[in-house]
Design a protein around this ligand. Structure first.
Ligand SMILES: [Zn+2]
Length: 716
């Protein structure tokens, strides 16, 4: 949110984005403005891909606490950022020279896509299975040269378009002006060239690279030249990811997801799987119950536009506080003191009067009196702008928690994990897949549940799957943040955080109700905001609010508790959306000097990358979606610094190979020649596609774990 917030986000966030944008962003050409300008009504909220005027405009947005949905991408001095905006905010930005290029998702789209998916599922007959994609060709690996070293030269085809991506290092590392140009030739003789951009990390030269470039055909030769006269050896670009998973056997069962799933649906699915596959499943109740789908009941006493006090219940609305009333009254007598009484579910504040019988209590005095005399039932704060004003005679006003969901139980929630395997005793290498740390990422539990059900169903019919469950102990948490997810389904589609409100004072004003909560993936212990790392905030209304302390939230404690209780877990995948990324540690750096958490060793880095290529290959098997090499790598390099994220704690503290998916890759639009974002809650067909392809990626992660365990055993 941009306009209505008056405080300043942590300055480090602005530093982060400046740093990020000096890195030439991956993948997207800055599109031309659409013929018909994109507008929203003033109060409508939408996820909009904006082309910003300049870096300063982005910095101002970030400083004001803008809800950035994805990493901004820079090209030709222009910046593309996906922002959750109101129409008023969009109009203000447009007036400042920014251009809306795509409405990725409107506020109501999620609810409509959910309803559509449920309706369609109800009428759909059994879905057919899809044939696996054709096998992928392989080519020779790139060769190295003298003054210019080609570090990466990859090609791939997606949606019928072939792309080329290159990374080249010069030995003239300290010359910021050296320019490198890549020339390519295709199998049928077409040629072309494109310039690379210099990339520095932590102030040190790394390499030159460029966005994926469309090319007319399979490139067979690539050469780099520099402005200093350096020439690389001609190399043959390699097919990315150049890893093909085993073909699916005839009769392989998949496609178990036919609609979006709410946390209530997920709970039912877990129960059904446990019943259906008794011999292969345990359900684990994680130890920390969440707050539940609950909020304090609250109301304005007075007119917030004129003079008002915010009154809320100390207990949650569902605990008998919804419907409680509050009012101020004029005693009608002279020289009366300010009094507070509570009777028959009505809180009555009798205002003080002067010698003439005129009421004289101020808003501050009324709030203080409520807090002093009814501290166990009510909390009161003066509405922003009402400080010191006379308190009007007002009410009765009705306290309400404002929650719209009618089919969500209002009680603490027990988050559940599925444990799948033939030997669920810790004797086999463990794999953990967990999703929906962020509430609005509705496609992510579809990925993990599709994966779980594939493993279980095929264990009965496919010997290879059976063997995987013989060798690997699989843990799945489909929804880490069910309370936030319930809020996202029922109240506010763009909810990212959990439902715990740590705000105090004026930030508890109900006008901020869609901005409360803790960013679960910033609440962990390693490289955290509290340790001085970048990419989280102390502002309780920020989308990246880190919480009151490391692991202050039940949701994050649950993930760690599960991993700690099962030390055989060696691999983990944290499933998010959207954007099409495959990442691993380090996931954070310090603002000062951009110093990252320690880099993995050479051997471990190779393990991360080799495994990533296998998993990216398995994802592509479903419908050809290729995660770009530029979006495959350490979080801190390919996305942004995410202080206190879960994968870093799993890796650095518990020794787990911990990856992150951002499912929902941009789709290539051949008509416009643009990559288009899919958003958090796309039409169900797209979410279904994401679930199918990334579930295949998780199956490949199980194979990676099996192979790792076998290699360890062989090494003795
Ligand atoms: Zn996320």
């Amino acid at each position: 949110m941009i306009v209505r917030r008056r405080w300043t986000a942590a300055a480090t966030t602005a530093i982060l984005l400046s740093a990020v944008l000096s890195h030439p962003g991956p993948g997207i050409a800055a599109p031309a403005a659409p013929a018909t300008p994109i507008t929203l009504s003033a109060t409508e909220t939408a996820l909009v891909r904006m082309q910003l005027l300049d870096q300063a405009q982005l910095d101002r947005l970030v400083a004001s606490g803008a809800d950035l949905a994805n990493r901004p991408r820079a090209r030709d001095g222009r910046i593309l950022a996906d922002l959750v905006l109101t129409g008023a905010q969009l109009a203000a930005l447009t007036a400042q020279g920014a251009t809306a290029v795509q409405i990725v998702q409107r506020a109501g789209d999620g609810s409509r896509h959910y309803a559509d998916s449920v309706r369609a599922a109800q009428t759909r007959t059994a879905a057919g299975l899809r044939a696996p994609a054709a096998g992928q060709r392989t080519t020779a690996a790139a060769a190295a040269v003298d003054t210019l070293q080609v570090q990466q030269a990859y090609w791939w085809t997606t949606s019928g378009q072939t792309f080329l991506q290159a990374q080249v290092a010069t030995t003239a590392t300290d010359d910021p002006d050296v320019e490198i140009t890549v020339s390519w030739r295709t199998a049928d003789g077409a040629t072309g060239s494109f310039p690379l951009s210099r990339f520095e990390d932590s102030g040190e030269y790394q390499y030159h690279y460029a966005l994926p470039q469309p090319v007319p055909n399979r490139p067979v030769q690539l050469t780099a030249t520099s402005s200093l006269g350096g020439v690389s050896r001609a190399v043959t670009p390699a097919l990315w990811p150049n890893a093909t998973p085993p073909p699916l056997p005839a009769g392989y069962q998949k496609d178990f997801i036919d609609a979006y799933l709410t946390p209530v649906d997920i709970q039912a699915r877990i129960k059904r799987l446990a019943r259906q596959y008794r011999d292969l499943v345990d359900v684990i109740d994680l130890p920390n119950q969440t707050q539940g789908y609950r909020r304090n009941a609250v109301t304005y006493l007075g007119d917030p536009a004129v003079s008002a006090v915010v009154v809320e219940s100390v207990r949650f609305g569902d605990q008998g506080m919804n419907g409680v009333q509050v009012r101020t009254v004029d005693p009608g007598k002279r020289n009366r003191p300010l009094t507070v009484g509570y009777r028959d579910r009505v809180l009555t504040i009798t205002l003080a009067t002067d010698t003439a019988g005129k009421t004289v209590s101020t808003t501050d005095e009324v709030a203080a009196a409520i807090n002093a005399r009814q501290p166990n039932r009510f909390r009161a704060t003066v509405e922003d702008g009402s400080a010191g004003l006379p308190m009007p005679v007002a009410g009765p006003a009705r306290l309400d928690d404002g929650l719209q969901g009618t089919e969500v139980p209002a009680r603490p929630w027990t988050v559940q994990a599925l444990r799948l395997g033939v030997h669920r005793d810790g004797s086999r290498v463990g794999v953990l897949a967990y999703s929906q740390e962020h509430a609005r990422e509705w496609a992510t539990p579809l990925v993990t549940l599709e994966f779980a059900e594939r493993m279980l169903a095929n264990a009965r019919t496919d010997p290879a799957t059976r063997e995987l469950l013989e060798q690997v102990d699989v843990f799945v948490i489909p929804t880490v943040n069910p309370d936030g997810a319930n809020y996202s389904f029922n109240d506010y589609n763009f909810q990212r955080k959990n439902l715990v409100n740590h705000c105090t004072g004026p930030t508890r004003d109900p006008r901020y109700r869609t901005s409360w909560g803790v960013d679960i993936n910033r609440n962990y212990t390693v490289g955290s905001y509290f340790d001085g790392y970048v990419g989280a905030s102390a502002n309780c209304l920020s989308g990246n609010y880190a919480g009151t302390a490391e692991l202050s939230e039940a949701e994050s404690r649950n993930v760690i508790a599960l991993a700690q209780a099962h030390p055989n877990i060696k691999f983990a995948m944290n499933v998010h959306s959207y954007g099409g990324y495959f990442m691993w540690p380090p996931g954070a750096y310090r603002a000062d000097g951009r110093v990252t958490l320690p880099r993995p060793s050479i051997d471990e880095s190779k393990m991360f990358l080799d495994s990533a290529r296998r998993i990216v290959g398995a994802i592509a098997q479903e419908r050809g979606t290729v995660t770009w090499p530029s979006q495959t790598g350490p979080v801190a390099d390919v996305l942004y610094s995410a202080a206190g994220n879960s994968a870093d704690q799993l890796y650095y503290e518990l020794g787990i190979f911990a990856w992150d998916f951002e499912v929902g890759n941009d789709r290539w639009n051949p008509t416009t020649g643009e990559w288009e974002g899919v958003g958090f809650q796309p039409p169900f067909d797209e979410a279904h596609g994401e679930a199918q392809e990334y579930a295949g990626g998780l199956v490949e992660m199980v194979r990676v774990a099996r192979d790792y365990a076998a290699a360890q055993a062989a090494a003795g």
